[in-house]
Design a protein around this ligand. Structure first.
Ligand SMILES: Cc1cc2nc3c(=O)[nH]c(=O)nc-3n(C[C@H](O)[C@H](O)[C@H](O)COP(=O)(O)OP(=O)(O)OC[C@H]3O[C@@H](n4cnc5c(N)ncnc54)[C@H](O)[C@@H]3O)c2cc1C
Length: 423
């Protein structure tokens, strides 16, 4: 066995020996549905345990608590977590986008202060981008941050703050200059429509239209910041509306310079959407996959026979499987620039759109296999698999909206990959 195969066996053995027992409450499917304290503590304890065992943040620098090892090791550890269907880590925003962002452009002080807590799960992060009137139209954020001596005073409201109830820190986009330029930016003005990544560069901050926005790494437990949980269409909780009422944070919370917020937000989105690498690893969700749907098709009946015998069902399953395999191979291919030279942005910029829409269609298909029973919800004794499928279907919309809706992602692909005109 070579070194990587030996490592794979080591991780698999560790995960099997240490996976937490199934709790007596329903676990959320992803970090976006962590709604109760028992769910949160169960998942955070698991993250801490995996980190302490050395299987999380394996590529991050050792100076900040990471493992300092090659990417291949983290990839194997994450793949084994998926294969063995262990729980996900709740600190997704920290591990997958705030952390890589801080490592990429943060100061030495910010790295030393924030990275260890992100990995251990001691410091849960949330993201304050969307506002009640500004989602895709992110450049129009109205939450104000006003410099006052050694502090900034923040007023306004953010919404759909995943993990808002449990977070210790927030990445915040706020307006430090109320009148950045004539003709306030609108979604239609923003490159590729609102939440569009700018190839990860910071040059976008030079555009005067975005110069009024600044980026902060702020503590959540300060007077003047409060959160109100929002119930989702599944009945679960997991995100909040977050209010700022003269909340005072130290000026050292500013990331970069005043006015650079838009460019830093765009860089954040490249991590969030998987367009840039450098994430800490691990799972962000515990999802039912194509294998589960095939198994469901074996158990389901159609015209008195197993559904999987139906040629139409088989055809659909094969299509889903080809797509899933294609997505997996795309990710591999994306790591080799020589294989993507024709359209280098195609894979990273289509990543979120492909994966989130695939899952939504997959769960929709799984529900059709169940006929009318697909409407039976969690807790219904007659529901297929305890009613988890309809929950997965409804939760699948979370990923097609959060981080920028599919329509926006399609705009990005159309304009930046295919070179289509904006209008
Ligand atoms: C589960 C979940 C978790 C979330 N977590 C967070 C979080 O932690 N932090 C955070 O800041 N936000 C979060 N969000 C918010 C999310 O980023 C926004 O919902 C998203 O950016 C869309 O913004 P909006 O809701 O204001 O919709 P709108 O921007 O009002 O869009 C409404 C519809 O119009 C379409 N549309 C808008 N502009 C265009 C355009 N230019 N071209 C084509 N179509 C367009 C959209 O595609 C959409 O279908 C979360 C959302 C969800 C669902």
């Amino acid at each position: 066995m070579n070194e990587l195969e030996t490592f794979r066996q080591e991780v698999a053995d560790w995960l099997q020996a240490n996976r937490p027992p199934t709790p007596d409450f329903l676990l959320p499917e992803s970090f976006m549905e962590v709604g109760t304290d028992p769910q949160f503590h169960y998942l955070r304890d698991w993250q801490r345990k995996v980190y302490q065992a050395g299987y999380l943040g394996m590529t991050w620098p050792t100076a900040y608590g990471g493992g300092g090892r090659p990417q291949a090791f983290q990839d194997i550890a994450t793949a084994e977590m998926a294969r063995l269907k262990v729980p996900f880590f709740p600190n997704t925003i920290g591990l997958f986008w705030a952390g890589p962002l801080i490592l990429a452009i943060g100061t030495e002080e910010q790295k030393r202060r924030f990275i260890p807590g992100i990995l251990s799960g001691d410091d849960i992060w949330c993201q304050g981008f969307s506002e009640p009137d500004q989602g895709s139209d992110l450049a129009n954020a109205q939450t104000r941050a006003v410099r006052d001596g050694d502090d900034y005073v923040i007023n306004g409201a953010k919404i759909w703050t995943s993990l808002g109830s449990h977070a210790k820190y927030m990445i915040l986009l706020a307006r430090t200059d109320p009148q950045p330029a004539p003709g306030r930016p609108k979604a239609a003005d923003a490159p590729s429509g609102g939440r569009a990544p700018q190839s990860g560069d910071l040059g976008g901050s030079r555009s005067k239209r975005y110069a009024g926005l600044s980026y902060f790494l702020i503590p959540m437990q300060v007077p003047g910041i409060s959160t109100t949980p929002i119930r989702k269409l599944t009945g679960e909780f997991g995100f909040t509306q977050t209010f700022f009422d003269n909340a005072r944070v130290p000026a050292s919370c500013l990331m970069g310079k005043e006015g650079e917020g838009w460019a830093i937000a765009m860089k954040t989105l490249t991590f969030e959407r998987g367009a840039s690498g450098g994430q800490a690893g691990g799972l962000t969700r515990m999802a039912l996959g194509i294998g589960d749907v095939i198994e469901l098709a074996r158990r389901s009946r159609r015209n008195g026979r197993p559904a999987i015998d139906d040629p139409f069902i088989r055809d659909q399953l094969v299509r889903f499987q080809i797509e899933a395999q294609g997505d997996r191979l795309c990710n591999e291919r994306g790591r080799f620039p020589a294989l993507c030279s024709e359209r280098p942005d195609a894979i990273p910029l289509s990543n979120k759109l492909r994966l989130s829409e695939h899952n939504r269609r997959l769960y929709q298909f799984a529900l059709t296999l169940q006929g009318a029973n697909g409407a039976r919800w969690v807790g219904d004794a007659h529901a297929v698999d305890g009613g988890l499928w309809p929950r997965s279907y409804l939760n699948a919309f979370a990923s097609t909206i959060g981080g920028g809706p599919s329509q926006i992602q399609a705009n990005i692909v159309g304009e930046r990959v295919l070179g289509l005109p904006k209008d």
